[in-house]
Design a protein around this ligand. Structure first.
Ligand code: ZN
Ligand code: ZN
Length: 275
Protein backbone atom coordinates (compact mmCIF):
# COMPACT_ATOMS: atom_id res chain seq x y z
CA UNK A 1 0.00 0.00 0.00
CA UNK A 2 0.95 3.61 -0.39
CA UNK A 3 -0.76 6.98 -0.10
CA UNK A 4 -0.14 10.07 -2.24
CA UNK A 5 -2.31 12.60 -0.37
CA UNK A 6 -1.94 12.98 3.40
CA UNK A 7 -1.93 15.99 5.73
CA UNK A 8 0.11 16.67 8.84
CA UNK A 9 0.00 19.27 11.59
CA UNK A 10 1.52 21.76 9.13
CA UNK A 11 -1.93 22.06 7.55
CA UNK A 12 -4.25 24.30 9.53
CA UNK A 13 -6.79 21.47 9.64
CA UNK A 14 -4.21 18.67 10.11
CA UNK A 15 -4.02 16.69 13.34
CA UNK A 16 -0.83 14.64 13.23
CA UNK A 17 2.88 15.27 13.56
CA UNK A 18 4.88 14.17 10.52
CA UNK A 19 6.50 11.40 12.56
CA UNK A 20 3.12 10.03 13.62
CA UNK A 21 2.01 9.88 9.98
CA UNK A 22 5.26 8.19 9.01
CA UNK A 23 5.06 5.80 11.97
CA UNK A 24 1.50 4.80 11.09
CA UNK A 25 2.43 4.30 7.44
CA UNK A 26 5.30 2.02 8.43
CA UNK A 27 2.97 0.08 10.75
CA UNK A 28 0.51 -0.39 7.87
CA UNK A 29 3.31 -1.78 5.72
CA UNK A 30 3.42 1.13 3.28
CA UNK A 31 6.57 1.66 1.27
CA UNK A 32 5.67 5.25 0.32
CA UNK A 33 3.65 8.08 1.74
CA UNK A 34 3.43 11.65 0.47
CA UNK A 35 2.72 14.41 2.96
CA UNK A 36 0.88 17.04 0.97
CA UNK A 37 0.07 19.92 3.29
CA UNK A 38 -2.16 22.78 2.20
CA UNK A 39 -0.78 25.94 0.68
CA UNK A 40 -3.87 28.12 0.42
CA UNK A 41 -3.07 31.42 -1.25
CA UNK A 42 -6.69 31.35 -2.44
CA UNK A 43 -7.88 31.54 1.18
CA UNK A 44 -5.61 34.46 1.86
CA UNK A 45 -6.85 36.40 -1.17
CA UNK A 46 -10.46 35.73 -0.20
CA UNK A 47 -9.85 36.90 3.36
CA UNK A 48 -10.31 33.61 5.25
CA UNK A 49 -8.27 33.81 8.42
CA UNK A 50 -6.93 30.23 8.46
CA UNK A 51 -3.28 30.15 9.52
CA UNK A 52 -0.96 29.87 6.55
CA UNK A 53 1.56 27.13 5.93
CA UNK A 54 5.07 27.99 7.10
CA UNK A 55 6.69 26.70 3.94
CA UNK A 56 10.33 26.84 5.01
CA UNK A 57 9.61 25.21 8.39
CA UNK A 58 7.62 22.51 6.61
CA UNK A 59 10.33 21.81 4.06
CA UNK A 60 13.00 21.68 6.79
CA UNK A 61 10.96 19.28 8.91
CA UNK A 62 10.25 17.03 5.92
CA UNK A 63 13.94 16.91 5.04
CA UNK A 64 14.79 15.79 8.57
CA UNK A 65 12.11 13.08 8.66
CA UNK A 66 12.98 11.88 5.18
CA UNK A 67 16.47 10.92 6.28
CA UNK A 68 15.31 9.62 9.65
CA UNK A 69 12.85 7.22 8.02
CA UNK A 70 14.96 6.47 4.93
CA UNK A 71 15.52 2.80 5.78
CA UNK A 72 11.83 2.20 6.63
CA UNK A 73 9.74 4.12 4.12
CA UNK A 74 10.00 6.63 1.31
CA UNK A 75 8.55 9.88 2.60
CA UNK A 76 7.68 12.24 -0.22
CA UNK A 77 7.54 15.99 0.31
CA UNK A 78 4.38 17.17 -1.31
CA UNK A 79 2.15 20.20 -1.37
CA UNK A 80 -1.54 20.72 -2.13
CA UNK A 81 -2.18 24.05 -3.81
CA UNK A 82 -5.63 25.59 -3.61
CA UNK A 83 -6.08 26.77 -7.19
CA UNK A 84 -7.49 30.18 -7.89
CA UNK A 85 -6.59 32.18 -10.98
CA UNK A 86 -5.68 35.31 -9.04
CA UNK A 87 -3.27 33.27 -6.87
CA UNK A 88 -1.27 31.95 -9.84
CA UNK A 89 1.60 34.40 -9.55
CA UNK A 90 1.88 33.77 -5.79
CA UNK A 91 2.19 30.02 -6.38
CA UNK A 92 4.76 30.59 -9.13
CA UNK A 93 6.83 32.48 -6.57
CA UNK A 94 6.21 29.90 -3.80
CA UNK A 95 7.36 27.01 -5.97
CA UNK A 96 10.45 28.66 -7.41
CA UNK A 97 13.64 26.91 -6.30
CA UNK A 98 11.83 24.42 -4.03
CA UNK A 99 12.35 20.70 -4.31
CA UNK A 100 8.98 19.06 -3.95
CA UNK A 101 8.49 15.40 -4.77
CA UNK A 102 4.87 15.85 -5.75
CA UNK A 103 2.50 18.77 -6.32
CA UNK A 104 -1.29 18.41 -6.15
CA UNK A 105 -3.43 21.11 -7.72
CA UNK A 106 -6.92 21.22 -6.15
CA UNK A 107 -9.94 23.46 -6.45
CA UNK A 108 -11.48 24.45 -3.11
CA UNK A 109 -12.75 27.94 -3.89
CA UNK A 110 -15.21 28.92 -6.60
CA UNK A 111 -17.04 32.23 -7.15
CA UNK A 112 -15.07 33.66 -4.25
CA UNK A 113 -16.08 31.04 -1.67
CA UNK A 114 -14.74 27.76 -0.30
CA UNK A 115 -17.21 25.16 -1.60
CA UNK A 116 -17.10 23.37 1.76
CA UNK A 117 -19.00 26.30 3.28
CA UNK A 118 -22.70 27.07 3.03
CA UNK A 119 -21.88 30.57 1.74
CA UNK A 120 -20.93 29.07 -1.64
CA UNK A 121 -24.26 27.31 -2.07
CA UNK A 122 -26.10 30.42 -0.93
CA UNK A 123 -24.63 32.19 -3.95
CA UNK A 124 -25.95 29.52 -6.32
CA UNK A 125 -29.57 29.42 -7.45
CA UNK A 126 -29.67 25.61 -7.86
CA UNK A 127 -27.53 22.48 -7.76
CA UNK A 128 -26.71 22.23 -11.47
CA UNK A 129 -25.42 25.80 -11.45
CA UNK A 130 -23.31 25.20 -8.32
CA UNK A 131 -21.73 22.06 -9.74
CA UNK A 132 -21.18 23.45 -13.23
CA UNK A 133 -19.37 26.51 -11.87
CA UNK A 134 -17.19 24.17 -9.80
CA UNK A 135 -16.36 22.03 -12.85
CA UNK A 136 -15.55 25.13 -14.89
CA UNK A 137 -13.07 26.11 -12.17
CA UNK A 138 -11.56 22.61 -12.29
CA UNK A 139 -11.18 22.92 -16.07
CA UNK A 140 -9.51 26.31 -15.62
CA UNK A 141 -7.16 24.90 -12.95
CA UNK A 142 -5.72 22.45 -15.47
CA UNK A 143 -4.20 25.40 -17.33
CA UNK A 144 -2.42 26.76 -14.24
CA UNK A 145 0.90 28.29 -15.30
CA UNK A 146 2.87 26.50 -12.57
CA UNK A 147 3.98 22.92 -12.82
CA UNK A 148 1.90 20.32 -10.97
CA UNK A 149 1.56 16.54 -11.11
CA UNK A 150 -1.82 15.48 -9.73
CA UNK A 151 -5.32 16.89 -10.26
CA UNK A 152 -6.82 16.68 -6.76
CA UNK A 153 -10.22 15.30 -5.77
CA UNK A 154 -12.52 16.25 -8.67
CA UNK A 155 -15.97 16.16 -7.07
CA UNK A 156 -14.92 17.59 -3.70
CA UNK A 157 -17.90 19.93 -3.88
CA UNK A 158 -20.23 17.02 -3.06
CA UNK A 159 -18.70 16.67 0.39
CA UNK A 160 -20.70 19.35 2.13
CA UNK A 161 -23.31 20.19 -0.47
CA UNK A 162 -26.65 20.91 1.23
CA UNK A 163 -28.74 19.00 -1.32
CA UNK A 164 -30.89 16.02 -0.48
CA UNK A 165 -29.20 14.22 -3.35
CA UNK A 166 -25.65 15.61 -3.58
CA UNK A 167 -24.29 13.21 -6.23
CA UNK A 168 -22.50 14.68 -9.22
CA UNK A 169 -23.36 12.45 -12.15
CA UNK A 170 -21.08 12.09 -15.14
CA UNK A 171 -24.07 11.99 -17.51
CA UNK A 172 -25.38 15.33 -16.31
CA UNK A 173 -22.05 17.05 -16.96
CA UNK A 174 -20.68 14.83 -19.73
CA UNK A 175 -19.48 17.65 -21.96
CA UNK A 176 -17.37 19.45 -19.40
CA UNK A 177 -16.19 16.20 -17.80
CA UNK A 178 -14.94 15.04 -21.22
CA UNK A 179 -13.13 18.34 -21.72
CA UNK A 180 -11.51 17.99 -18.27
CA UNK A 181 -10.54 14.35 -18.76
CA UNK A 182 -9.19 14.89 -22.30
CA UNK A 183 -7.12 17.82 -21.06
CA UNK A 184 -5.64 15.75 -18.22
CA UNK A 185 -4.64 13.11 -20.78
CA UNK A 186 -3.26 15.68 -23.21
CA UNK A 187 -1.20 17.41 -20.52
CA UNK A 188 -0.02 14.05 -19.18
CA UNK A 189 -1.21 14.83 -15.64
CA UNK A 190 -2.37 12.31 -13.06
CA UNK A 191 -6.00 12.09 -11.93
CA UNK A 192 -6.39 11.55 -8.20
CA UNK A 193 -8.70 8.84 -6.89
CA UNK A 194 -9.60 10.31 -3.51
CA UNK A 195 -11.09 7.87 -1.02
CA UNK A 196 -12.11 10.45 1.54
CA UNK A 197 -15.09 12.43 0.35
CA UNK A 198 -17.82 9.93 1.10
CA UNK A 199 -15.96 8.17 3.91
CA UNK A 200 -18.26 6.06 6.02
CA UNK A 201 -21.33 6.54 3.87
CA UNK A 202 -22.55 3.10 2.86
CA UNK A 203 -26.30 3.02 2.56
CA UNK A 204 -26.62 0.38 -0.15
CA UNK A 205 -24.28 -1.55 -2.38
CA UNK A 206 -24.90 0.75 -5.34
CA UNK A 207 -24.37 3.79 -3.14
CA UNK A 208 -21.12 2.29 -1.83
CA UNK A 209 -19.95 1.50 -5.36
CA UNK A 210 -20.61 5.00 -6.60
CA UNK A 211 -19.15 6.64 -3.53
CA UNK A 212 -15.96 4.67 -3.23
CA UNK A 213 -14.04 7.71 -4.41
CA UNK A 214 -14.13 11.11 -5.98
CA UNK A 215 -14.25 11.27 -8.87
CA UNK A 216 -16.63 8.32 -8.94
CA UNK A 217 -16.25 5.13 -10.96
CA UNK A 218 -18.31 6.43 -13.90
CA UNK A 219 -15.95 9.37 -14.37
CA UNK A 220 -12.90 7.15 -13.92
CA UNK A 221 -14.21 4.66 -16.47
CA UNK A 222 -14.68 7.50 -18.97
CA UNK A 223 -11.14 8.74 -18.24
CA UNK A 224 -9.82 5.29 -19.08
CA UNK A 225 -11.88 5.24 -22.32
CA UNK A 226 -10.36 8.58 -23.31
CA UNK A 227 -6.86 7.18 -22.89
CA UNK A 228 -6.20 8.14 -19.27
CA UNK A 229 -3.80 5.80 -17.53
CA UNK A 230 -2.31 7.84 -14.70
CA UNK A 231 -4.32 7.67 -11.48
CA UNK A 232 -3.04 8.24 -7.95
CA UNK A 233 -4.41 6.94 -4.67
CA UNK A 234 -5.09 9.59 -2.03
CA UNK A 235 -6.84 9.07 1.30
CA UNK A 236 -6.59 12.81 2.03
CA UNK A 237 -6.17 11.75 5.67
CA UNK A 238 -5.99 14.56 8.20
CA UNK A 239 -5.42 12.05 11.01
CA UNK A 240 -3.16 9.01 10.85
CA UNK A 241 -6.05 6.59 11.46
CA UNK A 242 -7.41 7.36 7.99
CA UNK A 243 -4.18 6.66 6.14
CA UNK A 244 -4.72 4.43 3.09
CA UNK A 245 -8.46 4.46 3.78
CA UNK A 246 -10.21 1.78 1.71
CA UNK A 247 -7.07 1.14 -0.36
CA UNK A 248 -7.87 -2.44 -1.30
CA UNK A 249 -11.45 -1.74 -2.38
CA UNK A 250 -10.41 1.28 -4.44
CA UNK A 251 -7.52 -0.63 -6.03
CA UNK A 252 -9.87 -3.47 -6.98
CA UNK A 253 -12.40 -1.09 -8.54
CA UNK A 254 -9.64 0.60 -10.55
CA UNK A 255 -8.29 -2.74 -11.72
CA UNK A 256 -11.81 -3.72 -12.82
CA UNK A 257 -12.01 -0.53 -14.89
CA UNK A 258 -8.78 -1.48 -16.64
CA UNK A 259 -6.10 0.63 -15.00
CA UNK A 260 -2.73 -1.08 -14.58
CA UNK A 261 -1.90 0.45 -11.22
CA UNK A 262 -1.53 3.65 -9.24
CA UNK A 263 1.02 6.26 -10.23
CA UNK A 264 2.97 8.02 -7.50
CA UNK A 265 5.64 10.69 -7.67
CA UNK A 266 9.06 11.03 -6.19
CA UNK A 267 11.37 13.87 -7.14
CA UNK A 268 8.55 14.89 -9.53
CA UNK A 269 8.96 11.66 -11.51
CA UNK A 270 6.02 9.28 -11.97
CA UNK A 271 6.33 5.63 -11.07
CA UNK A 272 3.66 3.04 -11.75
CA UNK A 273 2.83 0.65 -8.92
CA UNK A 274 1.07 -2.25 -10.60
CA UNK A 275 -1.99 -3.86 -9.07
ZN1 ZN B 1 -8.14 19.44 -0.93
ZN1 ZN C 1 -6.04 17.42 0.98
Amino acid sequence: MHDSHVHSIFSDDGMEAVEDVAGKAVALGCDYVAITDHLNRDYKILGYDNPELNLSAYLGEMQRFKSRYADKIRLATGIELGYMKSANSLYMKDLRGKNFDVIINSVHCVLGSEVYFAEYFNKCPYKHFAYLEYLKAVRESLDAPYDYDIVGHIGYIQRNAPYKEPDMYYDEFAEIFDDILRTIVKKDKCLEVNSKTYRGAQKSSDFARRHLSVPDVDVLRRYRELGGNKISFGSDAHRADNLCYNYDAVAKAMKDIGFKGFTRYYNRKPELVKF
